[in-house]
Design a protein around this ligand. Structure first.
Ligand code: SER
Length: 314
């Protein structure tokens, strides 16, 4: 394989910021181009503004920077997506189609597409959700990711595009904040615990969802992209699992570090979204095919979150 010359779209997002830094550490700053519609003051170069719906500009960037791998992260998340369904569909699905077309036309070596537990719905088994299950998502975000998975599978089968994808659970990290997801509470709660000693949660106490620490999410992404093509047997989204917990359980874990911490519950529309997702995931296919295994559980994640957040916040 050629030396990776990587394009990251949505590089300013929750995962994009951390993934871009990791890719630069692995492959060198100049081999990893960060793009987004906004720029963060602290972002290092190279960076280009890119609206993912601008196909022509994306093509120019691919040529100018001699890109041969794409991590296509740009998307609107589940809760924010509900405020503007048509715009969300356009960015999430048509943005993906533009990138898939470019992969085909330009013979891009490898592409990564993040899918999500939001592809699941009320017809999906809720416990140890298997890889291949009925998908009937209720959010436009989930609809766009479900259809996106099918398009990835299609481009692989029809045109041989080497696209790889995982279904991320809720991602929790100290480095960045999520924007408009249903699992955001699990990041906000750590910040609130340190700053206010209290958190008002927008989900019910007993809403169990699959979650993952950022380090594991980055590890999974790099591992699947580094795997040999013949190891990748699923060309839509691989199920991926690390831990599952409820707001009450994460609050109890936080109390071990901050004994005075309190939580109250004021569920909003995000509770209805969470109620359609599953509680735990069977990721044996990813473990089997490209040797995936997570390092962090709720206990070790909480220790690491506080270690880093205390340096930043206190
Ligand atoms: N974390 C995402 C969300 O809540 C799920 O992929 O929207």
């Amino acid at each position: 394989m050629n030396t990776p010359r990587i394009l990251v779209t949505g590089a300013n997002g929750q995962i994009g910021r951390v993934l871009t830094a990791k890719l630069r550490e692995l492959y060198g700053n100049n081999n990893v181009l960060a793009t987004d519609i906004t720029k963060h003051d602290l972002d290092s170069e190279p960076f280009e503004f890119l609206d993912i719906l601008n196909h022509q500009r994306t093509l120019e960037i691919i040529d100018d920077y001699k890109i041969n791998q794409i991590y296509h992260l740009a998307a609107i998340l589940s809760a924010n997506g509900e405020w503007n369904p048509v715009k969300t569909w356009n960015i999430n699905l048509n943005g993906l189609l533009s990138v898939l077309e470019i992969c085909r036309e330009k013979n891009i070596d490898r592409m990564f597409f993040p899918s999500t537990i939001a592809v699941f719905g009320n017809t999906t088994p809720r416990l140890d959700t298997p890889q291949d299950v009925p998908l009937l998502p209720t959010t436009v975000y989930g609809m766009s990711k479900t259809s996106g998975e099918l398009w990835c599978n299609y481009y692989h089968k029809r045109y041989g595009v080497d696209v790889r994808s995982v279904r991320y659970p809720g991602i929790i990290g100290w480095q960045s904040l999520p924007a408009g997801g249903t699992t955001d509470y699990a990041v906000e709660i750590y910040h609130a615990a340190l700053k206010e000693g209290h958190y008002e949660c927008f989900l019910n106490a007993d809403t169990r969802l699959p979650m993952m620490y950022m380090d594991d999410a980055i590890k999974a992404t790099i591992n699947i992209m580094q795997a040999d093509p013949q190891e990748i047997k699923v060309r839509y989204g691989y199920n991926l699992s690390a831990m599952s917990f409820t707001p009450a359980e994460i609050a109890a874990e936080i109390k071990k570090h901050i004994p005075g911490f309190t939580i109250s519950y004021k569920p909003d529309f995000r509770q209805d979204i969470a109620a359609t997702w599953t509680e735990s995931i069977d990721d044996s296919k990813a473990r089997e095919d490209w040797k995936w295994s997570p390092d962090f559980d709720l206990n070790s994640m909480t220790i690491d979150m506080f270690k880093h957040l205390k340096e930043i916040i206190l």
